[in-house]
Unconditional design. Structure first.
Length: 272
């Protein structure tokens, strides 16, 4: 599944229809071009254009000794540099990486982050490079927004972009247990070769229903460099499908059954 893909879903499993909306929203943009391959040709083209104008002016006033480069040579170089710039742009499009994603709710082989018996299944998110060129991952950042409240450091709304360690710390502060309720993969600087099979992707995170119920969103931002030095940025948000959230809300809203013959124990929300 592509990062830019949008899905519409309807939930009937919990007895109510979920409003149709988009999910798995992502933004892909090039945040920085490679200076040697972009700035240098641009400067050369500007200088050659100025020289061409200067050559014409000198010919008009009859002062050939002021000419730096004759008109024919200037135009030839201008066309050559312009062609090289266009060729570079075409090559950059050819080797452009593009991150795709998939998620599964199959707990088999996912380590210790598995769903308790009777609870909605955990989600496991994977990413892969579905483009034609290698992506050299520079860093991965996370933006956390808690469900129905401020973040643990008293900021309202989404947190700033956090490192892996900061994200883990904030999730632990709200009572989630690492490798039981959530799992975040360590992704350091490394090449991500292209693959046509999304099942060959990198395991990025796992969230149990308790973790999904505790957070409103956990955005993920990838930054990577391609073969020509351009820096790309992908931001993935809302990757938990609405019907899954509805299923999890319904599960946690259901009171825990009170043991028979024990009136002192009041029913309450489910705990995992």
């Amino acid at each position: 599944m592509d990062l830019a893909s949008l899905a519409h879903v309807t939930d009937n499993s919990v007895g109510s229809q979920v409003e149709r909306r988009r999910y798995a929203i992502s933004n892909h943009r090039v945040i920085r071009r490679s200076r040697p391959y972009v700035v240098t040709p641009a400067v050369a083209m500007i200088l050659l254009a100025v020289n061409a104008v200067w050559d014409v002016v000198c010919q008009r006033i009859g002062r050939d000794e002021w000419i730096v480069l004759d008109t024919g040579s200037t135009i030839t170089l201008l066309v050559a540099v312009g062609g090289a710039t266009l060729a570079r742009g075409q090559y950059a499009m050819t080797v452009r990486p593009y991150l795709g994603w998939r998620f599964t709710r199959d707990d088999k082989g996912r380590g210790r982050v598995t769903s308790p018996e009777g609870a909605p299944r955990a989600i496991h998110l994977y990413v892969h490079n579905g483009g034609s060129g290698v992506a050299f991952v520079e860093n991965v950042r996370y933006r956390l927004e808690l469900a129905g409240g401020p973040t643990p450091d008293d900021r309202a709304g989404p947190s700033p972009w956090l490192t892996l360690d900061q994200t883990r710390q904030q999730l632990r502060q709200i009572g989630l247990i690492e490798e039981r309720d959530f799992y975040l993969m360590i992704i350091g600087p490394a090449p991500m070769p292209p693959t046509a099979n999304p099942f060959d992707g990198v395991h990025v995170l796992s969230l149990t229903s308790r973790a999904v119920h505790s957070i409103s969103n956990l955005d993920i931002r990838f930054r990577a460099t391609d073969l020509v030095g351009d820096v790309h940025e992908w931001t993935l948000t809302d990757y938990v499908a609405p019907q899954h959230r509805a299923e999890i809300r319904a599960y946690h809203a259901t009171p825990t059954p009170t043991p028979a013959g024990d009136p002192a124990v009041a029913p309450g929300p489910r705990e995992e």
